[in-house]
Each structure stands twice: as C-alpha cells, then as structure tokens.
Design a protein around this ligand. Structure first.
Ligand code: ATP
Ligand code: MG
Length: 253
C-alpha cells in the first residue's frame, strides 16, 4: 500500500504545489490523478520515487517510510513512465525494454548488451503483452510511432517487476483512439503483474473509463477522491470544466 500522510511541498520560490494531502492507494489499484495544469499532480507523484522531497508530511510504501536512507531501495521498487518517452532512439525495441533491468544487470554488461536469456525472454513476453508485434523487436525505437514507443516504455517499466508504476501523462501526445489503447495496455499489464499504478491525466473521460480510483487535485489540494461510480453529476461537471474535453487537449499522433 502507498500512503501519503499530510504531505505538502513548497518550492523555493514560495509556490505551494501540494498542500496537506493525505491518501492511501491500495495494492493493485489503478489510481488516476486528475487536474488542470499546475494542480500539483507531478509534484505529488514524484514524491513516490523520491525525486521530490516533501516540505512536510511523509510517504510510505508497503510500510516503509521514504527517507534519505531508504530512498535508493524504494526507488528500485518503483518504475516510471514519462510523457516524453525517454527511450534511447538508436537502440532496438528489445534493448530499450532491457534498459529497465540495467540496475540489476550492471551498466557495463548492459553496454555490451550482455543481458541474461531469462531477461531477454521476459522482455519479449512483455512486448507481446502490451501489443507490440514481434517484427518490431529489432527496429530502432526512433522508427516507431508515438503509440508504439509508449508501449515500449510500458514494457520497460514492468520488466524490473516494480510494486508501483508511476505514469506522468503517458498519453499526452497521442490521439484519442491511441490514448485509449495505450491506457488499456498499461492497465492490463498492471493487473497481470499485480502492480499499483499512479497515473496523471488531464482528461476526465479517460479517468472515468480506466480508473479504479480517481483523485482530483486543484491548487495542490484534493478536490475529489473516489471511484468513478461515486462521481455525482455536479462533481463530474466541475471536473470536466477543470480538465477540459479530450479533443481540446489532444494533439494528433
Ligand atoms: N521545480 C519547481 N520550482 C518551482 N515551482 C515549481 C517547480 N515544479 C513545479 N512548480 C510549480 O508547482 C505547481 C504544481 O506543478 P506540477 O508540475 O506539480 O503541476 P501538474 O499538475 O503536474 O501540471 P501539468 O498538468 O502542467 O503537468 C505549479 O504552479 C508549478 O509551476
Ligand atoms: Mg505534470
């Protein structure tokens, strides 16, 4: 279980990005952080992998509190999927996925592409799971479409068997059909591997479709926390107004 206890983050310039947020995300839950630009979604999410240190309050993962001492071990239990992909463009699809186990395999062995057979097999299986056909295995990552690249990023996130996967706007640059397909792959992979997902999005439609749990933020505070079914019409209208329609916030792939 992932727990935020009264966490706040005030940046050096005085911006209060997250303001006294308390949340518990259950194991295996697909939790979507929703909210407009500047609401504090990335700040809150980045507290989980230690990239952002709360000004006050604490984050606990599976009973272990995140401190300077525990940060490295906790980071190994958390994987991240970024909006800007962060794939290595010149590397093959397969080796991009295998980059997810570099900390285990070691940098030099990785550089020489000496990945154990078991991990190569796991990478292939993951790529199949997220819907990338075998013919893409040895293509350069840069030759893939945005949606295909995001599938590689998902496979890379799961290969180290993380307890928690953080996805910061994973579909921000994809069209609606591709966004749904990628979110579906992410959700299925999480289910299959028993991982908890915290995913930030702008679009209420996708949150309603995919979330087990929606946490909506506004100006650093929690404005709604519950299942999609618990959203009444007036809160939905407020959220919709905050988030904006899918088509208005999407860029065609
Ligand atoms: N390193 C920083 N230094 C100062 N202010 C920051 C920093 N990072 C974020 N902020 C500010 O904190 C607030 C929350 O930012 P954050 O990136 O968490 O929002 P967000 O909900 O992820 O927005 P977006 O949807 O645009 O990604 C914003 O006002 C932002 O300008
Ligand atoms: Mg953000």
């Amino acid at each position: 279980m992932l727990k935020f206890e009264s966490v706040s983050r005030v940046y050096e310039d005085g911006t209060r990005a997250v303001d006294d947020v308390s949340l518990r995300v259950d194991k295996g839950e697909f939790c979507i952080l929703l909210g407009p630009s500047g609401a504090g979604k990335s700040t809150l999410m980045n507290m989980v992998n230690g990239v952002v240190v709360p000004t006050s309050g604490s984050v606990t993962i599976g009973g272990e509190k995140l401190t300077r001492k525990t940060r490295a071990s906790i980071q190994r239990r958390v994987a991240m999927i970024h909006q800007q992909l962060h794939l290595v463009p010149r590397l093959s699809v397969l080796h991009n996925v295998l980059c997810g186990v570099l900390p285990q395999v070691g940098f030099w062995r990785g550089l020489m592409k000496l990945f154990p057979f078991e991990q190569q097999r796991a990478a292939c299986q993951l790529l199949q799971e997220v819907g990338l056909e075998e013919k893409h295995l040895y293509r350069r990552a840069s030759a893939l479409s945005g949606g295909q690249q995001q599938r590689v990023a998902i496979a890379r996130a799961f290969i180290a068997q993380p307890e928690i996967v953080l996805a910061d706007e994973p579909v921000a640059s994809l069209d609606p059909a591709m966004s749904r397909s990628v979110l579906n792959s992410l959700k299925q992979a999480a289910k299959h591997h028993g991982a908890t997902v915290v995913c930030t999005l702008h679009q209420l439609e996708y949150a309603l479709e995919f979330a087990d749990r929606i946490v909506a933020l506004r100006k650093g505070e929690v404005f709604f926390d519950g299942t999609p079914a618990a959203l009444d019409a007036s809160t939905q209208a407020d959220l919709y107004e905050l988030a904006g329609p899918v088509e208005a916030t999407q860029v065609a792939a």
